[in-house]
Design a protein around this ligand. Sequence first.
Ligand SMILES: NC(=O)c1ccc[n+]([C@@H]2O[C@H](COP(=O)([O-])OP(=O)(O)OC[C@H]3O[C@@H](n4cnc5c(N)ncnc54)[C@H](O)[C@@H]3O)[C@@H](O)[C@H]2O)c1
Length: 352
Amino acid sequence: MYIITGSIGLIGSSATEYFLKKKKKIIGIDNDLRSYFFGKASSNNWKKKILKQNKDYLHLSIDIRNKSQVFKIFKKYSNQIKTIIHTAAQPSHDWAAKEPFIDYHVNSTGTLNLLEAFRIYCPKATFIFTSTNKVYGDKPNFLPLEEKTLRYEIKKKHHFYKKGINELMSIDQTKHSLFGASKTSADVFVQEYGSYFNLKTVCFRGGCLTGENHSGARLHGFLSFLVKSIINKKKYFIYGYKGKQVRDNIHSLDVVRAFDEFIKKPLRGGKVYNLGGGRENSCSILEAINLIEKISGIKSNFKILSKNRIGDHKWWISDNSKFQKDFPNWKIQINLETSIKKMIAFEFNLLK
Ligand SMILES: NC(=O)c1ccc[n+]([C@@H]2O[C@H](COP(=O)([O-])OP(=O)(O)OC[C@H]3O[C@@H](n4cnc5c(N)ncnc54)[C@H](O)[C@@H]3O)[C@@H](O)[C@H]2O)c1
């Protein structure tokens, strides 16, 4: 049995679908707090209806901040739980500054509740946590970057981070955003349950995770929201950096395949991996707009604002080498262009 938190979110629902296909029994925990964060249009409830049709899926609309409810579930299924995939979160930098206590309690206290329940009731299980590249704060902005016509790029040809940013970058003394701080707290707790208690835990520090399953909102899910805006002919606002900020994009299914590799060969000690689309699947916002226009045939309507989001990365590309070395069977299977095609097809379907 698998426990998947955030089971109707982008990553949680992809993981749920993937492991249901593998005949696993799933308990999904999600109270659709996303619609409180970003409004009704970003609600994930549509996916709950689909997942609930599968008899191996049990949905529990509980809040991970509620320790007694979390403990009750883990106690009840303690003999059956083999894997915990924890994806429930408040996922936006900007939103976190509006309600820091809620952000902290969802991201950090919620994670601690799950870790403690795991340690007490099913310590032989594997605990997977979706962390974020924001644990590095704005440190990447101090790399030697140069401005090209459509994107920022790392300056020196043979720079240490040319392939992307690896796990050796410091997470200390940098501007994280409050979201980055609450996720860093959770990330360090997950590592600690691995190293201090010698349990099987892993943090995947994601770049931009994406896919047609994303209920993209202005404050979270840039590529999904950009595709939706262009297809629905809505104006899109770019926050600073002339639209040249670079992100690497990974489809949710490739993220879940990485989870699966770890589950097949779980390691102890609190593993940490950067996970993203890598250089091949990186783009600036301007490049993403060009690609979406080319594939969809629809002209975009966007405005570049001068002010950037506080601490926003100018250039982020994940170096996946460490994960690929430990798990050589894993590689990206869905490239950026295919991801965008899938998202566009999904949006066109909704318009029909
Ligand atoms: N999407 C990205 O680009 C990205 C990048 C890096 C890291 N991550 C991380 O990956 C994880 C999944 O992100 P996502 O894009 O799938 O987000 P999402 O918002 O689509 O899914 C998260 C789900 O968690 C649920 N949730 C939130 N708070 C809850 C609570 N207190 N109790 C129960 N359920 C709750 C929400 O309702 C939502 O359905 C998050 O931890 C996020 O920080 C995402």
